[in-house]
Design a protein around this ligand. Structure first.
Ligand code: IFM
Length: 430
């Protein structure tokens, strides 16, 4: 048995578009994910887990799990459709927050988990600088409404996905395939964070999904790292974009969208860094690149060998220890929170695979803590099976099973296992 430190936060996480449904209710405007495709099986987020109507039941599950904190995201097009405050949307989150507090669960609110209002995309979306300013306005509205009750705020979730998958590979909405737009969008996402972070009360953070890159060729790893991680680590955590990033992407963009003062704005003080971790990537010289690593056209990317989850992602807990120790070394004094970690495994409800995954990764967190990393908490992804973006409902990340026909929630073995680990703050022997 291994013990977690006193005060370690145990949480569960979700995101608005993946669970809420009710896409056309109470004045919500369309987001870039409404109508976006192709999505596996023609799935849509129209109903999802119907959480918008069933949130009370879901609050009950959170209470029964005994988690100390719940990480949810606010839907921008629900609270600010067409730029106007929608009282009914704000009221939903207000009721959710009150419900959490009544059950002794601390709310942790994410402002942007990928559901950009479609009307902003029509004006250029994240490639338009103005979107960063619109985001700050939205952040101010939500902070005004919930700031008295929400102690923890996350501006953006995984801006890498928004920029690189949304504008590079096109797998995510808005589905663009334009390497220059990747970096324009990344910069405006960074700027949006910086403008909004200053307006938030309480603990402020941003959640990244850093790439854990491995391979025998240090120059190849360094190059992919400058592109995939440096574009966020640099301005957010160090106060400058890395020169290497400019060098590797000079054939794609002149970076003229970065204006004087932007990097200072982006480098806003952070109370913690949110870390989402799922797997590692192997990088080597001699390939033809990948659309999610523009600037690395002569590199090859592959998965590490080994057992995989239902996403095909290699199960590599040591990558999490490596990442936490790297962040601690490079950014000393910045508390870390695992804001997502978990795995997709197919039905049925018995799920030794997921328990094994969580066990391995919680052990990896303990390894990092014991080696000196300041890790304050862990949020399992995810509370419920949900809409897994381009994969639709076929990939099940929940510790609670959702029957999408009946919306019935059923605890998987991993939910009971996680409840017991959280209650005792100890990791049982494997
Ligand atoms: O479901 C997603 C989540 O929205 C963001 N992080 C990764 C998860 C699994 O792919």
């Amino acid at each position: 048995m291994r013990r977690f430190p006193e005060g370690f936060v145990w949480g569960a996480a979700t995101a608005a578009y993946q669970i809420e449904g009710a896409v056309a209710e109470d004045g919500r405007a369309p987001s870039i994910w409404d109508g976006f495709g192709p999505i596996a099986n023609g799935d849509t987020g129209e109903t999802a887990c119907d959480h918008y109507h069933r949130y009370r039941e879901d609050l009950g599950h959170l209470a029964d799990l005994g988690v100390g904190s719940y990480r949810f995201s606010v839907s921008w097009p629900r609270v600010l459709p067409y730029g106007k405050v929608e009282r009914r949307g704000l009221d939903f989150y207000s009721r959710l927050v009150d419900g959490l507090l009544e059950r002794g669960i601390e709310p942790a609110a994410t402002l942007y988990h990928w559901d950009l209002p479609r009307e902003l995309e029509e004006r250029g979306g994240w490639t338009d600088r103005d979107t960063a300013h619109r985001f700050a306005e939205y952040a101010a509205v939500v902070a005004e409404e919930l700031g008295d009750r929400v102690p923890t705020w996350i501006t953006l979730n995984e801006p890498w996905c928004s920029a690189f998958l949304g504008h590079g590979t096109g797998e995510h909405a808005p589905g663009r395939r334009d390497p220059e737009a990747v970096f324009t969008a990344a910069h405006h996402l960074n700027l949006a964070h910086g403008l909004a972070a200053r307006l938030l009360p309480g603990r402020r953070g941003v959640t990244l999904n850093p790439q854990v890159l491995r391979g025998p060729d240090a120059a190849a790893v360094r190059r992919a790292d400058a592109v995939g991680n440096g574009v966020f680590f640099g301005p957010l955590l160090s106060g400058a974009y890395p020169e290497e990033l400019f060098a590797h992407t000079a054939h794609l963009t002149d970076w003229s969208f970065v204006r004087d003062g932007d990097v200072e704005t982006i480098h806003a003080p952070l109370d913690f860094l949110g870390v989402n971790y799922y797997t590692t990537t192997v990088v080597a010289p001699g390939g033809t690149g990948r659309a999610d690593f523009p600037g690395c056209e002569d590199l090859a990317f592959s998965a590490e060998p080994g057992p995989v989850t239902d996403m095909g992602w290699t199960i590599e807990p040591s990558g999490l220890t490596e990442l936490l120790l790297r962040l601690s070394r490079e950014y000393p004094g910045l508390p870390l929170v695992i804001t997502e970690n978990g795995a997709a495994f197919p039905e049925p409800v018995r799920d030794e695979g997921r328990i094994g995954y969580l066990h391995g990764h919680l052990g990896a967190v303990l390894d990092a803590i014991e080696a000196g990393a300041d890790v304050r908490g862990y949020y399992v992804w995810s509370l419920l099976d949900n809409f897994e973006w381009a994969f639709g409902y076929g990939k099940r990340f929940g510790i609670i099973h959702v029957d999408y026909e009946t919306q019935r929630r059923t605890w998987k073995d991993s939910a009971r296992w996680y409840r017991d680990v959280a209650a005792s703050a100890t990791l049982p022997d494997a």
